[in-house]
Design a protein around this ligand. Structure first.
Ligand code: SF4
Ligand code: FES
Length: 380
């Protein structure tokens, strides 16, 4: 029996859902010029023919605002490959959504960014792969991408828009973390996300090549703590610890069906961007149903909303409304059962095995990175 079938009909806290999501993650496309080896998008990407038309996105944004959503995260893939992006940004401004463009930056032009700002874009988030160009371009599998990103970041600041730098951290760049922090400061970013890679989607294919040692992770935490102190009032640093070395899981997505609603390029509505990795969940589509109905009532959202789906040890745990049992996708990826306690939790029977995987793989030589498309790196 699927997790959805076992839980949706019996979940009193789910049935009573009356709250709105804070954020809408709008995956406008899966098309992307980069080939990050830790990509969290599905193994099978949506083609351009299956993408929602701009008109549908405009309607979805109006529905989201009506539902109570406050923030719009424009993501992908690479959202700037979408022709209707200006209209989408304008609609967000019109309906009162705070818009955040999450971009690789390599396809942006100054003119495009100017136009997006004119249409009401509120915030830009640019990913970087490393502080040094050679390593960054190797990891992204994209020639001269790093230089393009730095240029795009300078345009963001010149326009007076707030900038977040997002730095996914792993074995291939973790020793360069001090340089990444310095780079974020020099770019004038207000916020830096130091986010240890999570292992689902394509990242699982490269786990051994990306897994840092426990020592490297502890060192990164010390570096972030010291930088936070040194850079008070200059740079806010968010730190996402790697689950494999954690004692407690993170409240993934702020809890399933609690804070974020994710719409895929083809219009499927997901409780988290990796939810399609869990077999047995059926996802409704904005082409067929109102967003409000899907958020409040759909089986996929009810499946793990609240606490009534939980088994022991979560069911009686004092942290069950703090971390909401951790990550469902990780429980499935590691244990084959999305309703189990996240193995990142040291109360999970699988925690020791989970940690051993990380310790074992991180001590082995790093294999070559596997890219989605093994062709030569794309040129900017
Ligand atoms: Fe969280 Fe469950 Fe672990 Fe308790 S047992 S800390 S609720 S994951
Ligand atoms: Fe799906 Fe954590 S990534 S619940």
């Amino acid at each position: 029996m699927t997790p959805a079938a076992t839980t949706s009909a019996q979940s009193p806290d789910a049935a009573a859902c009356t709250f709105a999501p804070v954020g809408l993650l709008a995956e406008l496309t899966h098309r992307c010029p980069l080939q990050c080896p830790y990509c969290s998008n599905p193994l099978a990407l949506e083609g351009v023919a299956g993408e929602l038309p701009t008109e549908t996105w405009l309607d979805v944004l109006a529905q989201a605002a009506d539902l109570g959503v406050l923030q719009l995260h424009l993501s992908g893939g690479e959202p700037t490959v979408r022709r209707g992006l200006e209209q989408i940004v304008a609609r967000a401004a019109k309906v009162g959504l705070y818009s955040n463009l999450i971009t690789a930056g390599v396809l942006l032009t100054r003119e495009r960014l100017d136009k997006l700002a004119e249409h009401g874009l509120d915030h830009v988030q640019i990913s970087i792969q490393a502080a040094d160009a050679a390593n960054a371009d190797r990891i992204a599998h994209y020639r001269n991408g790093h230089a393009k990103k730095l240029e795009a970041a300078s345009w963001v600041r010149a326009l007076g828009l707030p900038l977040t730098v997002n730095a996914p951290i792993h074995r291939q760049n973790i020793d360069g973390l001090p340089g990444i922090i310095d780079l974020a400061v020099s770019l004038g970013a207000q916020r830096l996300e130091v986010a240890h890679v999570q292992y689902y989607g394509w990242a699982l294919q490269n786990r051994q090549a990306l897994m840092p040692t426990r020592h490297q992770v502890l060192r990164s935490a010390e570096l972030v703590a010291a930088a936070r102190e040194r850079l008070k009032g200059i740079l806010v640093i968010d730190f996402v610890v790697p689950d494999y070395y954690a004692r407690r899981p993170k409240p993934c997505m702020g809890g399933w069906g609690r804070g974020i609603v994710n719409v895929t390029p083809s219009g499927k509505v997901l409780p988290c961007h990796a939810a399609e990795t869990i077999p047995g969940l059926a996802f409704d589509n904005v082409r067929d149903k109102p967003l409000r109905d899907i958020w409040l009532k759909s089986d996929a959202f009810q499946a793990f909303r609240g606490t009534s789906w939980m088994r022991e040890p979560c069911r009686s745990c004092e942290f069950r409304e703090v971390d909401w049992g951790g990550c469902r996708c990780q429980a499935f990826a590691f244990a084959g059962d999305a309703a189990l306690t996240d193995p990142a939790c040291d109360k999970s029977a699988l925690h020791a095995a989970f940690t051993q995987v990380a310790e074992g793989e991180s001590e082995l030589p790093a294999p070559e990175l596997v890219f989605r498309n093994p062709r030569a790196a794309a040129q900017s």
